[in-house]
Write a protein of this length. Sequence first.
Length: 313
Amino acid sequence: MAELQQVVLLIKELLQKLAQPTTAPSNPEQTLQALISTIGEFSFDEENGITFEEWYSRYTDLFESDAQNLDNSAKVRLLLSKLDKPSHARYVNYILPKLPKDIDFAGTVKILSQMFGTHTSIFNKRYQCLQLVKSEAEDIITYGAKVNRACENFDLKDMSIDQFKCLVFVSGLKGHAYADIRARIISQIDGETAEAHVTLHSLIREYQRLVNLKADALMIDRQPCSKQEKGISHQQHSSKTEGNLPRTPCWQCGRMHFVRHCPFSEHQCKQCNRIGHKEGYCGCVTKRQTVPARGQKKPLNQPANRQNKPREK
């Protein structure tokens, strides 16, 4: 009996030791290393909803309870050590010229929440929720999870009937023709406050106002000019046209352009075998070469015909 009682006492002592919570290592460095191996790495992926706030919420108890014996700088090192390389590089560049050690733990969490949080508007989330379509390669569980997350982001419990009407109204304004109006209306929806309430009827009035403004701007742009402006424009056009054309046709081909622009300047005539004019204008070329232009002297000893005649023996 004595041996049996001794065994029972040993079992009770063992159970009491097992029931006691395990204490964290008293050495801060050991605590830091233990937490580093426990906390998973953060990698920002906004499209799949992996934000810093969502990641930090899973390890809040570890940072607040298990890491309570760590000083502020050690907690900052612990937090930054769990960022992946791209996220860590973005944070370091963002806080320049400060260094990570210059910002306390609470400030670091705040900056990371701003940098790696969701940046899409509530309108964008609600619109994307209405556009969900199951792909053929997607299983029903994955699709259901995607729908569940999109509906949670939809924030239906805080959505009024007027906001839903406005969402449907803007969603139907598709196409390039509505691009400018659509952007202005979405801006008005995102800027809604308790004092400036947005309704379907207010969007209709805003739509009509924007259409009228666009029509008025086009009307001013298409307004015909006055008679005086028309006369000046006609004179400028006439003088420009006259300046581009010679008073007489080209003597090398007969067309209305200057001789320096003639395409037959290097052409060899098949009738007289001379170079510099079109067939049928041999006489014009001969006359032009024999009669000097106004203000020019007649060249000395210039033969009328450039052909080399054979010497008479």
